[in-house]
Design a protein around this ligand. Structure first.
Ligand SMILES: NC(=O)c1ccc[n+]([C@@H]2O[C@H](COP(=O)([O-])OP(=O)(O)OC[C@H]3O[C@@H](n4cnc5c(N)ncnc54)[C@H](O)[C@@H]3O)[C@@H](O)[C@H]2O)c1
Length: 319
């Protein structure tokens, strides 16, 4: 890989403008060579905002014309599959947002195709890259293996319709909590779950207990029929317990610190910029570093498909 990674970006939407373009723009070893969006005005405004002069409304034309090392595909899951396949088939490395697909089968197809072409892949499961989450996990694991962890994700959105019903809330959004549970506890051996449909005809809650291959246990609590957004985590090992709210702070209890040591999320990240302390800059940095060092990204397509598969298992266990 060259010292400077040449990136082309497909999608100039809200999240992309808020977190991915600023993260890539800030990296001296990345050049955003071109961008593409179906909507001409979005091409122009994002191009102007981030100083990207080469702009396209047809991504195939962009891929053929530009010499990119890697491509970002940043759009809703029901648009992702064909575009991501086209990128992989051209032998280009690829970063996509979560969820990686509408179905697990699609996610696995993308992973298999990427493996056959030898390209690096990554899905933006940013919770794993939140500096506070990584710092706390290292602190807990320094005392011993995680024997119990908890992932909580609540929202006040009982009619959990994503993209007019193209995908369910658990595969689309609460998958952040599912993926983080796997990141904390490792491979899952057994699943018990209950689905809820509170004030709505379709599933908008899932509560589950899992047993990890390590012997530890994990608890998942997701509910879209609550009072508001709460997204928190717990990690426990013998002699240490951490309660983490990555929007704010973590409190870590040990026998020496029974009142709990507090670390704020901004303190951990060294900044109060949201896209940095909430893990978006870190995931982008990780992808670029993996390309430069020839390493497999932590949240590659195979790994992301495992989180999709666990969501399938949560539904199946509740049936
Ligand atoms: N990690 C997180 O916490 C988080 C948060 C919000 C959203 N997301 C994910 O990120 C995805 C992208 O978010 P966003 O806010 O940037 O999306 P968005 O819907 O605002 O923008 C998507 C853009 O893609 C463009 N597009 C669609 N099809 C295209 C095509 N064939 N060629 C070129 N452009 C095309 C659209 O015109 C649009 O501008 C979301 O769908 C969601 O899955 C993740």
């Amino acid at each position: 890989m060259p010292d400077k990674i040449r990136v082309a970006v497909i999608g100039a939407g809200a999240l992309a403008n808020r977190v991915h373009y600023p993260s890539l723009r800030a990296m001296p070893d990345v050049e955003i060579v071109a961008l593409c969006d179906l909507v001409e005005s979005k091409c122009q405004s994002t191009g102007d905002a981030f100083g990207i002069s080469r702009r396209y409304t047809d991504y195939r034309r962009m891929l053929d014309a530009e010499k990119a090392d890697a491509v970002y595909v940043l759009m809703p899951p029901y648009h992702l599959f064909d575009i991501t396949m086209d990128v992989i088939e051209r032998g280009l490395h690829v970063f996509i947002e979560k969820p990686p697909a509408v179905t697990t089968f699609q996610a696995e197809s993308l992973a298999l195709k990427a493996a056959s072409k030898g390209v690096r892949t990554m899905v933006g499961f940013n919770r794993r890259f939140i500096p506070l989450m990584r710092q706390v996990r290292a602190m807990v694991e320094s005392q011993g293996p995680i024997n119990h962890c908890v992932s909580v994700f609540y929202k006040a959105m009982p009619e959990a319709l994503y993209y007019r019903g193209a995908i369910d809330y658990l595969h689309c959004d609460a998958i952040h909590a599912v993926d983080a549970l796997r990141w904390m506890g490792g491979a899952v051996d057994e699943v018990a779950s209950v689905m809820g449909h509170f004030g709505w005809t379709r599933e908008n809650a899932c509560h589950a207990v899992v047993k990890f291959a390590s012997g530890g246990t994990g608890v998942l609590m997701t509910n879209w029929a609550t009072g508001g957004r709460v997204h928190t985590f717990e990690m426990h090992a013998q002699g240490i317990s951490a309660f983490i709210d990555p929007d704010r702070e973590a409190r870590i209890y040990t026998p020496e610190s029974p009142q709990g040591r507090v670390i704020t999320t901004q303190e951990s990240a060294g900044t109060d910029e949201w896209h940095v302390y909430y893990g978006f800059f870190g995931e982008n940095r990780h992808f670029i570093d993996c390309l430069k060092e020839g390493k497999e990204p932590e949240t590659n397509f195979t790994e992301a498909a495992r989180s999709m598969r666990l969501v399938d298992d949560l539904y199946a266990a509740a049936a």
